[in-house]
Design a protein around this ligand. Structure first.
Ligand code: TRP
Ligand code: SF4
Length: 400
C-alpha cells in the first residue's frame, strides 16, 4: 500500500521556544519515523501578517531550521523546504483563487479573530483574506493525506477539504477517464476486478453504501496499484471521475499545554518564554525568578501546586516520584520554592544540552543548512510539478 504523506509548515517569525518544542517539533520527530513527511518554512505566510517587517523573515528562516534540527527533526527522514523557493505554491494559489468563493474566506473563523487580536495592524489586505487559500495550496500541491496542526488551524484543513472537493467537482474528470479506469481495473486481477465491478454497480444503481465501503477497502488493499490508478478506481467507484486533488485529513496534535513562566500560554508576545538553545545561566535565572503560588509569601506558608506555574512544568518534566515530593512538600511547607524548582531546571538544561549538541555542526558550518534546504526544495519541486501538470491540464492550460 502506498504510504500516506504528511505535510506541515511553520512561519519564520523569530526564535523558537519550548512551546514550539513540546507543542509541535516533538510530534514531527515522531511522525517522521512513521510517514514520508514534508516540513516547510511558510515564509509567504509570515508576510500575510508581517508584510511591514520583512527583515525578520530571512534571519528567522535559518535560525528556525537549526532549531528543527536541534529538536531532532531529521533531513535524512523528512524533506525540508522553503515555500517561496517552490513557486508552484503561488501558481496553485492563483488558479484556485479563480473559483474560491469570497464568502468562504470571509467565514473562516481566524479571519475576524486575528483582525481583532492584531488590531494595531491593518489586516484589511487581499493577502490576509486569502491566507487560508494559500495554506490550501500548500497542502494540495503535495497531495498530502495528513496535516498535523494545532486546534487553531483545524478550520483551515476543513477549508482545504472543501476547496479540493470544489476543484474535483469542477475539473475532476481527466480526459479518457473511463478507458483509463478500465485499464486500472485489470491490475486488480480477474477475480477482484469482477468484485469491484459488482460493488460499483450496487453502489451506483442501488445506493448501497456498504458496497461502496467494501469497494474502497478493496482498492486500498490492492498492492499492485500506483497512486494514480488508485485515485482513478476510487473516482470510478463513486462516479466522480479521477480526483485531481486529494482531500487531506487533519492530525490534531495532542500536546501538553506548555505554560509560560507566568502560567499563561508560552508565547513571545507575552515575554514568558524559554528559547531553544538558550544560555544555561539565563534559563536557570528565569526559572528561579518565575512566579509561584502567590499565597506562599514566606517559606513557612503552605502552598497549592494547582495555583503555581512551576507545577505545570513538573507535569511536563518530572516523574511520579518527584511530583509526589512536590505535592507533599508544597502543601506542608516542607520544601522551599527554590528547592522545588531545581528538578525542573535540571531537566530543562539536560534537554537543552542534547539540542545544543545536535545544533553544533550547523552553527559552525551554515553551508550545511543551505545544502539541506537546496536538496529539499528540489525534491519538493518535483512532487509539486507532478500535481501541477494535472491541475494545468484540468483547467485547460496545457499546451502542446
Ligand atoms: N498556517 C500555519 C500557521 O500559521 C502554517 C502553515 C502554512 C501550515 N501552511 C501550512 C501548516 C500547511 C500546515 C500545513 O501556523
Ligand atoms: Fe510552586 Fe513548588 Fe513553590 Fe509549591 S513549592 S508554590 S509547587 S514552586
Amino acid at each position: 500500500m502506498y504510504a500516506e504523506r504528511v505535510l506541515s509548515g511553520m512561519r519564520p517569525t523569530g526564535r523558537l521556544h519550548l512551546g514550539h518544542y513540546h507543542g509541535v517539533l516533538k510530534n514531527w520527530v515522531k511522525l517522521q519515523a512513521e510517514y514520508p513527511c514534508l516540513f516547510f518554512v511558510a515564509d509567504w505566510h509570515a508576510l500575510t501578517t508581517a508584510y511591514d517587517s520583512p527583515q525578520i523573515i530571512a534571519d528567522s528562516v535559518w535560525e528556525m531550521l537549526v532549531d528543527w534540527l536541534a529538536a531532532g527533526v531529521d533531513p535524512q527522514k523528512a524533506t525540508f523546504f522553503i515555500q517561496s523557493r517552490v513557486p508552484a505554491h503561488a501558481e496553485l494559489h492563483l488558479l484556485m483563487s479563480m473559483f474560491c468563493p469570497l464568502g468562504w474566506l470571509e467565514r473562516v473563523p481566524t479571519y475576524k479573530d486575528q483582525q481583532e487580536k492584531l488590531e494595531h495592524k491593518d489586516l484589511s489586505t487581499y493577502g490576509f483574506l486569502g491566507y487560508p487559500l494559500l495554506m490550501s495550496a500548500d497542502i494540495l500541491l503535495y497531495r498530502a493525506d495528513k496535516v498535523p496542526v494545532g486546534e487553531d488551524q483545524l478550520p483551515h484543513v476543513e477549508f482545504t477539504r472543501e476547496i479540493a472537493r470544489r476543484f474535483n467537482h469542477l475539473y475532476g474528470r481527466e480526459p479518457g477517464f473511463e478507458d483509463n479506469a478500465k485499464e486500472a481495473m485489470k491490475k486488480l486481477g480477474a477475480k477482484n476486478a469482477r468484485l469491484y465491478a459488482e460493488l460499483r454497480t450496487r453502489f451506483q444503481q442501488e445506493g448501497d453504501n456498504a458496497a461502496r465501503e467494501q469497494g474502497r477497502v478493496l482498492i486500498e488493499d490492492a498492492k499492485s496499484l500506483g497512486h494514480v490508478d488508485r485515485e482513478r478506481l476510487h473516482g470510478y467507484l463513486e462516479g466522480t471521475g479521477k480526483m485531481v486533488l486529494v482531500e487531506p485529513g487533519a492530525l490534531l496534535t495532542e500536546a501538553p499545554r506548555m505554560p509560560g513562566l507566568d502560567g499563561q500560554k508560552m508565547s513571545k508576545s507575552y515575554g514568558n518564554t524559554i528559547f531553544l538553545r538558550e544560555e544555561a545561566d539565563s534559563i536557570s535565572k528565569k526559572i528561579r525568578t518565575m512566579q509561584t503560588d502567590p499565597a506562599r509569601v514566606r517559606r513557612t506558608d503552605p502552598g497549592d501546586p494547582d495555583k503555581c506555574p512551576v507545577w505545570q512544568f513538573h507535569l511536563i518534566y518530572s516523574d511520579d516520584g518527584v511530583r509526589a515530593w512536590v505535592q507533599d512538600g508544597c502543601r506542608s511547607a516542607g520544601i522551599g520554592c527554590l528547592e522545588c524548582k531545581q528538578p525542573v531546571i535540571d531537566a530543562i538544561l539536560k534537554e537543552q544540552a542534547v539540542m545544543r549538541e545536535r545544533a553544533q555542526p550547523y552553527v559552525e558550518n551554515p553551508a550545511l543548512l543551505r545544502r539541506i534546504m537546496a536538496e529539499g526544495c528540489e525534491r519538493a519541486s518535483e512532487l509539486a510539478e507532478e500535481t501541477m501538470r494535472d491541475v494545468r491540464a484540468a483547467m485547460g492550460l496545457s499546451y502542446s
